[in-house]
Design a protein around this ligand. Structure first.
Ligand SMILES: Cc1cc2nc3c(=O)[nH]c(=O)nc-3n(C[C@H](O)[C@H](O)[C@H](O)COP(=O)(O)OP(=O)(O)OC[C@H]3O[C@@H](n4cnc5c(N)ncnc54)[C@H](O)[C@@H]3O)c2cc1C
Length: 401
């Protein structure tokens, strides 16, 4: 990327915190005048590692200009404001047709929990995350503990003032191959303590005893990882919440994983549909696909309206609880639907196209492949329906055979 120039630098303004509309207008102007916007928009990568490196550069520039720091507290490298500022930031990126830097996906999932339960850890590491010099992975799932997270077996022995010793294995860690730190949910209570015996802690990925083995997805991109812990020493000041409070931290975190993450993702779907609409108007498509476009658009907008309500509740400090399962169901099925429509409208290109004449083909295919997992990751659709049935609709309990 070219060096930043005077025309792309804007002074952060304290007025933006009190007045989201002025933040929106100023950020919109900044993006419209950005002399490297086209470079950012057109950037493509053929590996997860390249994409993370590219997006880290984008984050560094946005951090320097201040824009991605709104919505985060000063104590953690931000410039103040709340979730509504962050939602506005994603909306404006989508409106300008600019992709969300990939690091934001785990930041939205993990950052708020760190701020709420480990402010000192957040203060030490969140500024670097916002500046694009580090990012983290979420180590919850294990080979025998996915939907039933409370069954997890990775163990942390409590050595008092000497901290903890962690042993076990995690799997499906998004951004795991390149993450510098890991937020790990471990068992500190007895083996059968279920959700009562869990604790959350942050572990540096380069600690002795941590082994990260990348997982290549169907696209060939190494976006996830298995993480092994062999006698890994973790200092006590890396606790996120108290010992035994891990379940409460995880539940708090999931509101953001389903709320903020979902809202940000929906802004990218709208951007994707805008691009598709332009392509359809030039190249045409079948009546069936036009009809599907309309239905899909409505589905995305409806999911976003629901997610906007959740974002407002989060900004007001409210607890979302099982209602976040509704958000998760809506945005994950919308994501699949959008990607299926892109695939079908652009079928000849998606199947027969070739690089390098068709820039972005590898990324478009990878996105379609990734969307297959939308209704699995972050809690499967079946499990979300079960939570809604039990805790919102209060239907009779499912009979398990
Ligand atoms: C792309 C991707 C990214 C991911 N990123 C992360 C990450 O960053 N960090 C992390 O910790 N994990 C991550 N995961 C793991 C994800 O959270 C789990 O895959 C998910 O929770 C499902 O768990 P499982 O794979 O063990 O499936 P299982 O729990 O074994 O479920 C298998 C099947 O049984 C169904 N099922 C299970 N229990 C019930 C029930 N009670 N009622 C009805 N149906 C049920 C499920 O819906 C599913 O269809 C990721 C997964 C994917 C695919």
């Amino acid at each position: 990327m070219a060096e930043n120039t005077v025309s792309t630098v804007a002074e952060p303004c304290s007025g933006y915190v009190a007045d989201v509309a002025s933040y929106r207008q100023a950020f919109r102007r900044y993006l419209a005048d950005l002399d490297w916007a086209q470079e950012w928009r057109a950037a493509t990568s053929t590996s997860a590692e390249d994409q993370m490196a590219h997006d880290a550069g984008v984050l560094a520039r946005l951090y320097q200009a201040g824009w991605n720091r709104y919505g985060w507290p000063h104590a953690a490298g931000g410039l103040g404001g709340n979730e509504i500022h962050r939602a506005t930031y994603y909306e404006e990126l989508g409106r300008a047709g600019l992709p969300v830097p990939a690091q934001h996906w785990t930041l939205e999932t993990l950052g708020p929990a760190l701020l709420a339960f480990a402010p000192a850890v957040a203060q030490a590491h969140l500024p670097a995350y916002l500046a694009g010099t580090e990012w983290w992975g979420q180590c919850f799932s294990e080979p025998e503990a996915g939907s039933d997270l409370a069954a997890l077996r990775t163990r942390a022995a409590d050595n008092g003032s000497d901290g903890f010793t962690v042993n076990g294995q995690k799997i499906w860690t998004s951004q795991g191959p390149t993450a510098t730190r890991l937020l790990v949910l471990v068992r500190t209570g007895p083996a059968d303590s279920r959700h009562r015996g869990l604790t959350m802690m942050m572990v540096d990925a380069d600690t002795t005893g941590v082994t990260i083995r990348p997982i290549a997805l169907a696209s060939g991109r190494r976006e996830l990882a298995e993480v092994f812990f062999d006698d890994v020493r973790v200092p006590r000041d890396r606790l996120v919440g108290e010992v035994g409070d891990g379940w409460a931290v995880a539940m708090y975190l999931m509101q953001f994983e389903r709320g903020m993450y979902g809202y940000a993702l929906l802004t990218t779907m709208l951007a994707e549909l805008a691009t598709l609409r332009s392509q359809i108007s030039v190249q045409g498509t079948s009546g069936t696909n036009r009809d599907r476009f309309a239905r899909t658009y409505i589905e995305v907008v409806a999911a976003q309206a629901r997610a906007a309500q959740t974002v407002r509740q989060l900004a007001g400090g409210q607890t979302i609880g099982p209602g976040s399962s509704v958000d998760k169901l809506l945005f994950s099925s919308a994501e699949k639907r959008v990607q299926d429509l892109v695939f079908d409208v652009r079928q000849a290109w998606m199947i027969n196209g070739e690089e390098p004449a068709h820039r972005g083909l590898d990324a478009a295919r990878a996105q379609w492949w990734y969307s297959r997992a939308a209704t699995i990751m972050g809690g499967s659709a079946e499990v979300q329906r079960g939570l809604i049935a039990d805790h919102i609709l209060r239907l009779p309990k499912q009979i398990r055979r």
